[in-house]
Design a binder for this molecule. Structure first.
Ligand SMILES: Cc1cc2nc3c(=O)[nH]c(=O)nc-3n(C[C@H](O)[C@H](O)[C@H](O)COP(=O)(O)OP(=O)(O)OC[C@H]3O[C@@H](n4cnc5c(N)ncnc54)[C@H](O)[C@@H]3O)c2cc1C
Ligand code: SF4
Ligand code: SF4
Ligand code: SF4
Length: 347
């Protein structure tokens, strides 16, 4: 079903209201290459290029135009059924703990290296031609990319806080790089946006063959986090790792660790996260996070049939090892919290 909006409506209804999740889908959707990622971190239309007559593509492709609640059309598309009320973290087949077997991946990855191991398997077995990932610049600002080999993939390992417009890379991958089959690795909002493109049967969405999601409670504005870290006398280009655990934001620099209590990071959370009800990438084929697992292991939620087949192949091919998770109530609790928070907000 076509709606009646163009880029100006997208600006009014989504971008200027702080609802835009920076997914970049509208950039890929524009047939005339009118939209660019602005230096101010938002989609901008190049007015010199045309006035969008009779076109509604960007508006139609934006997952935020349609609101933010559980999308049963997407559930039907992936799982062939609606989500039940007691499925607080989405529809799934199994939850396990896992970690990569590759020693290099273990060394450089954020947690158990399962995301990188999945990516490596997809490339090694030629199940995809490329993978849309989020790497970083030298100051740890996230940068979206399309990777096609081991070296590039491993360069994107590790968690970068803040967000890059990953789905703008769909067009780069398919049109500029001429790749036919792509996997997308992304945050819950990015996976949701990619699935929305699939549900709307947009041209570029046919190339996405695997949707690999990360858990995400909330994100942090790059400007705020980098200023806070530098105020403490550290340089962003010396950072080795960042993570969030035990109620604090940690930054690791050459053997030292800076700990900022989460209550001091409240103002860093972007507006768009306040409207997000998805903790575990509920529309991914496989979702991966750290919560619920021991240090150095990942928590893996296997959701779709395709996700289960892929994960089984990964175990057989010795790319990962798995163990049982006894208690994953924390995932339930955090998912419920996100659903409840959003239900309280009227946009
Ligand atoms: C902003 C953010 C918030 C998170 N919050 C939680 C949380 O609350 N609870 C929890 O359990 N887990 C959370 N995670 C997930 C966790 O940090 C790990 O990404 C996950 O456990 C996978 O670890 P891994 O060792 O398998 O990944 P790796 O093998 O190290 O691979 C990491 C992958 O993540 C992708 N990536 C890195 N940064 C970004 C980014 N900014 N946006 C999109 N993709 C990115 C890269 O493309 C890379 O492929 C969060 C991740 C991010 C990026
Ligand atoms: S498609 Fe994505 S980047 Fe574009 S306006 Fe919507 S949420 Fe923002
Ligand atoms: S040409 Fe279409 S897709 Fe591109 S900016 Fe204008 S309305 Fe959006
Ligand atoms: S909290 Fe939601 S909107 Fe914010 S980055 Fe995470 S998944 Fe995206």
């Amino acid at each position: 079903m076509k709606s009646m909006g163009n880029f100006e409506d997208l600006e009014k209804e989504v971008i200027e209201k702080g609802l835009c999740t920076h997914c970049g889908a509208c950039i890929s959707a524009c047939p005339d290459y009118n939209i660019k990622w602005g230096l101010d971190d938002r989609p901008r239309r190049d007015k010199a290029k045309g006035m969008c007559e009779n076109c509604t593509e960007c508006y139609d492709c934006c997952h935020r135009v349609q609101g933010h609640f559980i999308n049963n059309k997407i559930n039907k598309l992936i799982f062939n059924r609606d989500q039940n009320e007691d499925e607080s973290f989405g529809i799934y087949k199994e939850v396990v703990a896992a970690r990569a077997k590759d020693k290099e991946i273990i060394k450089i990855s954020q947690d158990g290296g399962v995301v990188s191991a999945i990516g490596l398997y997809l490339l090694d077995k030629q199940l995809v031609d490329g993978i849309i990932t989020t790497g970083k610049d030298q100051y740890w600002k996230p940068v979206s990319d399309v990777v096609t080999n081991r070296e590039e993939l491993l360069n994107s390992a590790g968690t970068k806080y803040y967000i890059a417009p990953v789905l703008k890379m769909l067009k780069d991958g398919i049109i500029d790089m001429e790749l036919d089959r792509l996997a997308v690795i992304g945050l819950p909002c990015q996976i949701r946006s990619a699935r929305y493109l699939q549900q709307r049967e947009t041209d570029l969405s046919y190339a996405i063959t695997y949707y690999i999601g990360l858990f995400c409670t909330q994100n942090y504005e790059y400007k705020n986090l980098s200023e806070a870290i530098e105020k403490k006398g550290l340089k962003m280009n010396d950072v080795n790792k960042m993570d969030v655990k035990n109620g604090a934001f940690h930054t690791y620099v050459n053997g030292t660790q800076l700990k900022i209590p989460l209550k001091e990071t409240k103002t860093w959370v972007p507006d768009f996260c306040k409207y997000c009800d998805d903790y575990t990438a509920e529309y991914a084929d496989i979702s991966i996070g750290s919560q619920g697992s021991d240090e150095g292991w990942s928590t893996v939620i296997i959701r779709s049939e395709g996700g289960r087949n892929l994960f089984t192949e990964l175990i057989k091919a010795n790319y990962i090892e798995i163990k049982k998770i006894d208690d994953y109530k924390i995932i339930d609790t955090n998912s419920n919290k996100k659903h409840q928070n959003v239900l309280k907000i009227a946009i």
